[in-house]
Structures are given as structure tokens and as C-alpha cells.
Write a protein that binds this ligand. Structure first.
Ligand code: MSP
Length: 548
């Protein structure tokens, strides 16, 4: 199995972390935890010392620090750009610790390990001629720090589509990337799924912009350095320090620079670049074109293959409205912390992962929906089912797990057949992380239905039925153990809690297919103490006000 290398966008250090940033990193975390589970690799990777120790799953997140805005904000706060970047990068690290991210590395683009590699990549592209010096005139969106094409500028009335501020006309000497050379090749690669862009709606969107009559122009990738301090922040063009690398080009290279060491190189190409829909063009066109160019810039670069998949999720909106600074309705970190304090971090993770805008339309963060999903899937779902089973084992068997049934009840067939495990693994392969997690919730519901169909509490009224009751309860507990494996990537803390109570923590190094064999070598052991404990999730009152 090739290594699984997943990335998130690297976040601008100028913003304070909010739901959008936490969401992409959380999705990548769930994907990484699932992949570790499937492969039986260690729970979190540590930066590998040598190739032999290379984790088979590698999860990267980080911060994008060379934007011009960093210089202006730093000045406003009376600190140096580097200090400003340090402070804000630390905020992102704290935010990701709060959401329970298990990333293997956190890259900051101001680190020498990144800056040095970007200079090397550009030197190779300059030598091959795919980066060349010219002059650029165009419409510039100062807020977004990007040029807008003549057509797009006209359509938008020469105003920023994001901030509404007027675009400015700029002419400057500039280095260009020969993007035009790669248009046809990229179109073919995406059409044939040799370079996958998902979901399908995003693939069509990109292809629409690559097919004739669309024509790709070469893109400017540098900005001039002047006496203005704002222009001195960034990585210089090798051999021409009067120019610095445009922040987006610098940023995209993080995915490569982080693993471009002798020990980590086998991790390339990335398996999945998880991104938001707004940065699809950079990731599905500019980035692969840069990589194609680099891979052909000399024999030493032939290993630079294209990433396997770019996956663009939708956006969160808040109570039905787009989040914006002017409306002041961002679901910020404080709000997320308030939800975690009230419902637990795993409940928040569950809501974001299963109800988020992963595969298409935007999703609404609504308090009413949060409570509905919390009660249905968690309090009345896994929480209640685990309590019921634990209570009955306590009541009828003194808290000791009964024997494995010699002939399992016929109603148990659906619990034992492993179909939901295969479904979860299939969903995972399509990066449908909400679906993969929901397979666990479905198994819990099947256990509930099994209890209703077999009525152990009624049977137990007659002592002669105790062996049958034991068969039912073992079946329930073992099925819940398997469900807990599928729920663990989204809810690692609560499931670890359950494993501790039920003495069934999965041993490291065993792949999911083995762990999840019903009644297999890792099944619950009869005679194990099953501790009831408090409910994993207390029911929530929908009338209670939203936490703030
Ligand atoms: N720095 C660039 C990315 C460079 S990657 C080589 C950037 N940073 S960002 O901080 O502005 O945004 C990072 C990610 O957050 C994007 O994927 C964006 O889609 C995501 N989100 C920002 N707001 C969001 C929502 N409201 N909802 C979901 N995700 C959103 O762009």
C-alpha cells in the first residue's frame, strides 16, 4: 500500500482561526486517523528519523506567512512581521490542538527549510526557461493580493468581487511562469482522471476553464522589491533580489518542501490536497503545472510526480448567512470553544464532519441542527446504546461479559456481516468522511433494532432464558465495539473512554479489517468486566440557548 500523505491549505497568519480553518484541518485529521486505522499504523506519526521509520500516513498542516498584509498588520501592532507571524502561527497551533488535530508536521513558510527549497525550485525553473523575466500590466485586487484578468475585472465593474474596493492598474517588471504551455496536457490529465479533481462538480468547473475557447496565459509569479518595507517580505527570486516570489507560488510549494528531504521523499506525491472551493484554481491548475514544469527541469527532478487528488469542499455559512467581517457573524474559535465546553470536543467534531459542506453545497452552522444531530446520533445513538448494553450486562451478569454465542441469534446476521465496514472503507477512498463516520452510527442503530427485535429485558424475566440473554448481550457489545472503531476517527476521545470501560482498546499495529472481524482474534473476551460508567453523551434540551 503506498503511503497516504494528506495536506490542508496553509492558512494566512493574518486571520484569526475560525470555523473554516478548523474545518479543513479537522477533515484531514479524520481522514488521517481513518487511514492509520485501516493500515494499523501508530496513532500519531512523529517526524521520521530515517526512511525505515517513515510513517505510512503523513498529515501536514501549517501557515502561509509571506502575504503583504502581514507587514501592514505587524506595523499596526508595533511588532516586526516575523513577530506577528510567530504570534499568529502560535494561535493556529493552539486552535488545532483544541480540535484534536493529529498532524505529523506543521509547516510555516518563513522557516528556512521551506524558504531554501523554494529558492531551489525556482532556480530549476529559471534554468529550464519555464520561469522567465518580462513585464506585467494588469488589474490588481489589493485585498486579495492577486491580479484579476481583464474580462473578470470588467465583469466585476473593476471592483474586487470580495471586498468591493476598486481594482488598481499596475505595470511592473516581473517573472512569469509558462502556464500556457501546460493547458492541453493538464486538461487531458484531469479529463482522464490521471490527476483527479473532486467532487465531480469541481472537476467540471476546472475543465470548463481549460477547454477551448478558454486560453491560459502565462502567470506573473513575482513582485518587485522597493524601499517600501511591505515589498521586502517574502522569498527572493534566485539571482535577482529586486524581485520576490508571489505569496501564492511560495505557499503552494509547501506541500513539496516539507517532504523534500532524503528521509521523507518517498511520501511524495501527496495522496490528497484537501482545500476549500475558493482556492481550487491554484490547486488544480497552477500547482500541477508548476510540478510538471519542475519534473521536466532536469534529471534530478523526475521524481516530482503529480498529486493524486485535489478535493475542494464547500463553505460553512452561519445561521443561513455568509460569514463576513462586516456582518461580524464568523463562527470563531471562541464560539467553537463554547460548543466544546458544553457538548464536548468530540460532539463538535462529529457535527462538523457529518454535517459539513464536504462534497458540494455550502452547509449551515445552526444551533438547532447541532442539538438535533447531537441528540439523534450521540445521546440517543451510541451513548444510549452503550449505556443500555452496559446496564443489562451489569444487571443480569454482574458486569461480566457473557460467553460468545455458539449459535448467534439469526437477527444478528446484519451486525456480523461486515458490510458497514466495507462501506466505510469505500467512502474513505472517496474522501467521504462524513459517510465513513456515519457507517459507525448506522451500525449502532442496527444494534438498537436488534435489541428491539430480541427484547432481552423481557426474556430475562425468566431465569431459564439467561443463556439466550447472554447471547444477545454479547452480540450487542461486540457489535458496538466494531461500531466504536468506525466512530473513533471523528470521536477519538469518547471512543477511547468507551474502550477503557470495556477493556477493548485496539492494539496498535493491527489493521481495521482484522480488528473489525466479528468474534475474531480481537473480539471482546468473555469474562471481561464491562464498566457501566456515566452516559457518554447526556441528552441536550433543544430549548436551551446556544452556547456563546
Ligand atoms: N493561504 C491560502 C491558502 C494557501 S494553500 C497553498 C488561503 N488561506 S486562508 O486562510 O484564507 O483560507 C484557507 C482555507 O480556509 C481555504 O481552503 C478556505 O476555503 C477555507 N475557508 C475559509 N472560510 C471558510 C468557510 N467559511 N467555510 C469553509 N472553509 C472556508 O487561502
Amino acid at each position: 500500500m503506498p503511503p497516504f500523505y494528506i495536506t490542508t491549505p496553509i492558512y494566512y497568519v493574518n486571520d484569526r482561526p475560525h470555523i473554516g480553518h478548523c474545518y479543513t484541518t479537522l477533515l484531514a485529521d479524520v481522514a488521517a486517523r481513518f487511514q492509520r486505522l485501516v493500515r494499523g499504523s501508530t496513532p500519531t506519526g512523529t517526524p521520521p528519523a530515517g526512511t525505515a521509520d517513515l510513517p505510512s500516513v503523513f498529515f501536514l498542516t501549517g501557515t502561509d506567512e509571506h502575504a503583504d498584509k502581514v507587514v501592514t498588520s505587524a506595523a499596526e501592532h508595533g511588532v516586526s512581521p516575523q513577530q506577528w507571524a510567530d504570534q499568529n502561527a502560535a494561535e493556529f497551533k493552539r486552535a488545532f490542538e483544541f480540535i484534536g488535530s493529529s498532524h505529523d508536521d506543521f509547516i510555516r513558510t518563513t522557516e528556512p527549510r521551506h524558504r531554501d527549497r523554494v529558492a531551489v525550485y525556482l532556480a530549476a525553473l529559471l534554468a529550464s526557461g519555464d520561469v522567465y523575466r518580462g513585464e506585467y500590466t494588469g488589474w490588481y485586487d489589493e485585498g486579495q493580493e492577486e491580479y484579476v484578468t481583464e474580462n473578470a475585472a470588467r465583469e466585476a465593474g473593476f471592483k474586487s468581487t470580495i471586498s468591493g474596493k476598486p481594482l488598481v492598474k499596475r505595470t511592473e517588471p516581473c517573472y512569469f511562469f509558462r502556464l500556457s504551455k501546460y493547458q492541453d496536457e493538464l486538461r487531458g490529465l484531469i479529463e482522464r482522471d490521471e490527476f483527479r479533481v473532486a467532487p465531480d462538480s469541481r472537476k467540471s468547473e476546472v475543465l470548463g476553464r481549460l477547454r477551448p475557447p478558454a486560453v491560459l496565459n502565462d502567470v506573473p509569479i513575482s513582485r518587485p522589491v522597493t524601499s517600501d518595507p511591505a515589498t521586502q517580505w517574502g522569498i527572493r527570486i534566485p539571482g535577482d533580489p529586486a524581485h520576490r516570489v508571489y505569496v501564492w507560488i511560495d505557499a503552494l510549494f509547501n506541500y513539496l518542501s516539507t517532504v523534500d528531504t532524503p528521509a521523507r521523499r518517498p511520501l511524495w506525491p501527496a495522496s490528497v490536497h484537501l482545500i476549500g472551493k475558493d482556492i481550487l484554481w491554484f490547486h488544480s491548475v497552477i500547482w500541477p503545472a508548476l510540478l510538471l514544469a519542475l519534473s521536466r527541469s532536469g534529471r534530478d527532478w523526475a521524481w516530482v510526480a503529480l498529486p493524486r487528488l485535489v478535493f475542494g469542499h464547500g463553505w460553512w455559512v452561519s445561521e443561513g448567512q455568509k460569514m463576513s467581517k462586516s456582518l461580524g457573524n464568523f463562527i470563531d474559535l471562541e464560539r467553537l470553544r463554547a460548543y466544546a465546553a458544553r457538548f464536548g470536543i468530540d460532539a463538535l467534531r462529529w457535527y462538523l464532519v457529518t454535517q459539513g459542506p464536504l462534497s458540494g453545497a455550502d452547509a449551515d452552522f445552526s444551533h438547532a441542527k447541532f442539538v438535533e444531530v447531537y441528540n439523534a446520533d450521540l445521546a440517543n445513538g451510541i451513548g444510549n446504546c452503550a449505556s443500555r448494553v452496559g446496564n443489562m450486562i451489569e444487571k443480569y451478569f454482574g458486569g461480566v461479559l457473557p460467553p460468545i454465542p455458539s449459535a448467534p441469534p439469526p437477527e444478528a446476521a446484519r451486525l456480523r456481516d461486515g458490510a458497514l465496514i466495507s462501506a466505510a472503507i469505500d467512502s474513505l477512498a472517496r474522501v467521504e468522511l462524513g459517510e465513513a463516520s456515519a457507517a459507525g452510527a448506522r451500525l449502532v442503530r442496527a444494534v438498537d433494532e436488534f435489541i428491539s427485535a430480541t427484547s432481552p429485558f423481557k426474556l430475562a424475566k425468566d431465569l431459564a432464558n439467561l443463556p439466550a440473554v447472554g447471547d444477545i448481550l454479547y452480540t450487542c457489545a461486540e457489535s458496538l465495539r466494531i461500531a466504536s472503531l468506525l466512530l473513533a476517527p471523528a470521536m477519538p476521545t469518547k471512543m477511547a473512554d468507551l474502550w477503557q470501560r470495556w477493556n477493548c482498546a485496539p492494539p496498535p499495529g493491527v489493521p481495521l479489517a482484522e480488528l473489525a472481524k466479528w468474534g475474531g482474534p480481537h473480539a471482546l473476551k468473555p469474562g471481561t468486566r464491562i464498566e457501566k460508567g456515566d452516559p457518554l453523551f447526556m441528552r441536550a434540551d433543544p430549548a436551551e440557548p446556544a452556547p456563546t
